[in-house]
Ligand binder design. Structure first.
Ligand SMILES: [Zn+2]
Length: 80
């Protein structure tokens, strides 16, 4: 069985990177999300879209490219 433990990550490793339309500006902090059946640290980043919009996005959504714009580049889907 896989051990569950704290995963230490370098939260700064994606700062300055461009992911799709988004450029990662700064690390914005973290919080615990207990809604997914357990404690889970979530890291947030402030990103700037190429259209000029800034927003906060979860790290996981950035690194997995679930979110790669502020929403301006997508049609037919709401939210991100
Ligand atoms: Zn945009």
């Amino acid at each position: 069985m896989a051990k569950r433990g704290k995963v230490l990550i370098n939260v700064n490793d994606i700062i300055g990177k461009r992911l799709g339309k988004l450029e990662v500006i700064s690390y914005a902090g973290n919080n615990y999300d207990m809604t997914l059946g357990g404690e889970r640290m979530r890291h947030y980043y402030r990103v700037e879209c190429e259209c000029g919009t800034t927003k906060l996005v979860q790290r996981g959504q950035l690194t997995s490219e679930i979110v790669h714009s502020c929403g301006c580049g997508r049609r037919g889907r709401r939210g991100y």
